[in-house]
Every structure is written in C-alpha cells, then in structure tokens.
Design a protein around this ligand. Sequence first.
Ligand code: FRU
Length: 331
Amino acid sequence: MSKRQWNSGLRRWGMVLGLVGTLGLLSGCGRKDGVDAGPRGTAENPWVFGFSQCTLNEPWRVEMNRQVQLAAEKYPEVKLLMANAEDKSERQVNDVENFLAQGVDLIIISPKEAAPLTDIVAKAYKQGTPVVVLDRKVLGEDYSCFIGANNQKIGYQAGLKVKALLAEGGKVVELTGNMSSTPGEERQRGFREAIAEELASGKIEILHDADCDWKEERARSEMEAALAAHERIDLVYGHNDPMAHGAWMAASQQDRAEGIHFVGIDGLPNEGVSYVREGILTATFEYPTGGAEAIDVGLALMKGEPVEKVITLGTRIYTKEIVSARGEAID
Ligand code: FRU
C-alpha cells in the first residue's frame, strides 16, 4: 500500500471513528460510573483524557507534564487525569487499566518500555478508546497516533558531532538509556551508524558501554568504573543530559573532566543548555516533549478530524558557539 493510500485509509478510518464517537456522544453511552452522561466536549461535560506518564525522575519528564497540563488548561472542554507509574512498567499497565475502568475518552501514554506496554495500549485501542503514544514507542501499530522526535536521527547527529570532535580518533564511553525503550535502542543505532567506518577501522573505539536506564546516578557510577579501567577517555556520549552530567561529575571529582568531551540529549533550557553554557557539555540535542501536540491531537481525534499516524518532531543542536541563538535546527 502506498503512503498516500495508507494516509487516506487512516483518514477514512478516523472519520468512521469520529462518527462512532459522535453517535456515542449523542446517546451519552460509553461512559462508566462516575462520569456524567450526556453530550461531551463541553465545559459542563468535558472529554476526559487520561495521561499515563512513566516516571517523573528526570527534569525532562516534569517538563513534559507541565506542557501537557498547560495545553489542556486552554480547553475547558477537556478534563485531564494524570498518573505517574514511578518508573515501573507493571504499574503503568495498571494505570492504563484504571483509566479504562473509569471510562476515559482518550489515553495519552509515554511508555517506560516498549514490549511490556504494547498489549494494554492495543487493548485500549481495539476496544475503541483512542490512544496517543508519546516519545517512547510501543511495538506494532495498534494505537491512534505516535508523537515524538526521530531518535535514530538524533543519535546519528550525535555521531556526526562526535566524529568531528574526534577527527584524530579517540576513545569513547557510551552511557545508554533503557535499552528496552525505543529511544535507547534508536539513539545507539543512529550513533553507531554515523561512526561505523571509524569503528571498523579502530579510529574510534567504544571502551565501555552500559545501560544506565536514563539515570544520572547510574551513569556516575558507570563512569567511575570506566575511569578506573581506562587511563585515556576522550569523549562520553550520554543518551540524555542527566547521564552525561553524571559522567562529568565522576570525572571532575577525579580532576579528569578537562580532557574529556561530554555530549548529551534533551537540551532543556535549565539543564542541558545551561550545562553547555557552563562548559560542562560540549553539545546537547533538543528532544521536544510533544506535550502540547498530544493535547491538540487528542482534541482532533475527539472531533473526528483526520490525524496522521506518526507525527515527527524536530531537533536542534546546542554548542557553546550557538547556545545564545536557540541552538541550530537540524534536518
Ligand atoms: C526522561 C528521559 C529523557 C529522555 C527520554 C527518552 O525520562 O529519560 O531524559 O530523553 O526520557 O524517552
């Protein structure tokens, strides 16, 4: 099937869903106990969106919640329920089950891991509750819309930057995000594709790589181990800014940070971009949360408007030279 056919199929499907939704609205059915019957999508009887967040451990997650909340507040016809799975996939499955039991109109989910959250997302979608998947993917296609930046491409861009920084060759530590979440796998794949030739020739060597589950503390202790084992480290690629920063803390405690480049991802103004400004990170890449887009897409789905299956957000690079100019957009 061509992309256009696929899109127009989706649009038609979206319209059917919209019609079914409207009929449901008119008859007031589909709601479980505790939620008003009657026409929905009004300030008196708003659409209920359940937002399942995987964790609030990192500043980036807090920012995502803020953006989702801010966007929802603009629409009196939307009521937002939020759940925090505290970094546990089983708990996140329960959170979605709870939303379904409450009869929410739509689910927004940023899954901790791909495989463990796939079935519950598919279940919601197949029973007619639209699902917007945000930032980390699930497996398969049983959801309404995925919104997120292209992590493989960000990893690739990070690889190009590393290649330029290590033009004479060098030794690298890669501190990965959770490898059973799609951004971890994609940020590694893109990175290694960009430096494939240098890896093959031995010009660039990855001395140490470890799954630090996106955590600053874990990255700090992995870096301590890497520093103890290797006299020379030229660069650390952290799959997010907290981990790049954790590695920097380990190195600077031993007075070894000066000779090492630290590259991260997320590019929050008060986190990664500040680190770049302070000279802690050599570069970071903005990873937009998609929070506002999720609410807009949710509303479009409620109204039966056409929605693309995948919405890809852009990225920007921040280095010391371009930090004041809001970074630089990357294609
Ligand atoms: C926050 C986070 C970000 C990262 C994203 C990937 O939990 O680890 O730092 O960019 O998730 O999904």
